[in-house]
Design a protein around this ligand. Structure first.
Ligand SMILES: NC(=O)c1ccc[n+]([C@@H]2O[C@H](COP(=O)([O-])OP(=O)(O)OC[C@H]3O[C@@H](n4cnc5c(N)ncnc54)[C@H](O)[C@@H]3O)[C@@H](O)[C@H]2O)c1
Length: 336
């Protein structure tokens, strides 16, 4: 049994409480929040009557001696929570985005190296069997891709902090899409040109829409188009995707349509193609259940999980590179 200490008892912290409670290999031993009453209520709602509640992470680590910390605080707090846990020799499974700045993220990766303990970011949309099937189809049917596009058009009326923050789309949502793009093409990002903008009818204060062109290793261009104020004809939250390689094209509508057209004969004006389809593996656990299993497997076997910090920081670098480019109106190199 792995002893888990949760930090953060907001909406997502509660979801993590449920996730850890239903996993037969984990036991919640404590819950920390700067609002301890929120942690207490979240614990009581889950019939965790005797666990340690505190507003002090250092004290909670000393008292509960957890096997790992789950950081579900706001992005601005991820740096301090992660460093406190890693410096005490405790592995961390932290929510996305890794940090509120690249400087903080680099310090967090350095802390993981110093401690020799695992720091993984739970990038929950990576744990989607359809995304995995799409990558498999790309690899099997169309070869090394040189073009990757994604479209995200959702009219989302959240209310609250997203309506007020700068860069709501790129900071809060596109991290998932950029991370999926890296997973699909298996290349590092090298540079980006991005324009963020806010259409006249937008109900957001910050730029709710963006277009970005990323140069990835090997010359691949990944283009992102997105808006959070697009009413009607919405895409899936996973985006609509198109990947083009030497042997053909593969698409994913972000739902259940995952198919490719593969070249079978050349010579005419258009090459002759055949359709190839793939079915997702229905047994693959999704979302934060998937990321918890990945993390536990890493603790048990020493395997590298998908959101390991050295890997995940590259998705964060795409986000901050895009925002820097948008502000400077220049192409920005993504250097790590
Ligand atoms: N993977 C996903 O799909 C997904 C979905 C929603 C949220 N998230 C992420 O989860 C995290 C939390 O989001 P949320 O919606 O629960 O936010 P929230 O604002 O509802 O909750 C955050 C909690 O953290 C507490 N907190 C803040 N600073 C703290 C600190 N220094 N120490 C201890 N507690 C602290 C707050 O008091 C609050 O209870 C964010 O990073 C967010 O991006 C991920």
């Amino acid at each position: 049994m792995f002893k888990a200490l949760i930090v953060g008892a907001g909406g997502m912290g509660r979801a993590w409480g449920d996730n850890l409670k239903k996993n037969p290999e984990t036991e919640i031993v404590g819950w920390v929040d700067i609002r301890p009453e929120a942690a207490r209520n979240a614990a009581l709602e889950r019939e965790l009557n005797d666990i340690f509640i505190s507003d002090d992470l250092g004290k909670a680590i000393m008292e509960t001696k957890p096997d790992f910390v789950v950081d579900v605080t706001v992005p601005e707090a991820h740096h301090d929570v992660t460093l406190t846990a890693l410096n005490a020799g405790i592995p961390v499974l932290g929510e996305k985005p890794m940090a509120a700045s690249m400087e903080q993220a680099k310090e967090m990766v350095a802390a993981a190296e110093r401690s020799g303990k695992l720091y993984m970011v739970s990038q929950s949309r990576r744990y989607d069997a359809r995304l995995h099937a799409y990558r498999k189809l790309i690899d099997q049917a169309i070869g090394e891709i040189g073009i990757l596009n994604s479209d995200f058009y959702i009219g989302a009326h959240f209310g609250g902090f997203r309506d007020e923050m700068p860069s709501p789309l790129v900071l809060d949502m596109a991290i998932h899409t950029f991370d999926a793009a890296r997973y699909l093409c298996q290349r590092k990002p090298l540079a980006v040109y991005c324009e963020e903008f806010n259409p006249t009818w937008s109900w957001y204060k910050g730029d709710s829409s963006a277009t970005a062109i990323f140069e990835m290793e090997g010359g691949l261009r990944y283009t992102y188009r997105g808006s959070w104020c697009a009413e009607g004809m919405m895409t899936s939250w996973e985006c609509e995707w198109r990947a083009v390689g030497p042997k053909g094209t593969a698409i994913w509508d972000g739902e259940n349509l995952i198919k490719a057209e593969q070249v079978v004969e050349t010579g005419g004006f258009h090459s002759k193609t055949q359709e190839v389809e793939i079915l997702p593996d229905s047994m693959t656990p999704g979302g934060i259940s998937g990321s918890l299993l990945d993390f536990l497997n890493a603790l048990k076997t020493g395997a590298t999980p998908m959101g390991e910090c050295h890997d995940n920081i590259q998705s964060l670098a795409m986000v901050f590179g895009a925002i820097e480019s948008s502000h400077s109106k220049q192409r920005v190199k993504i250097a790590l």
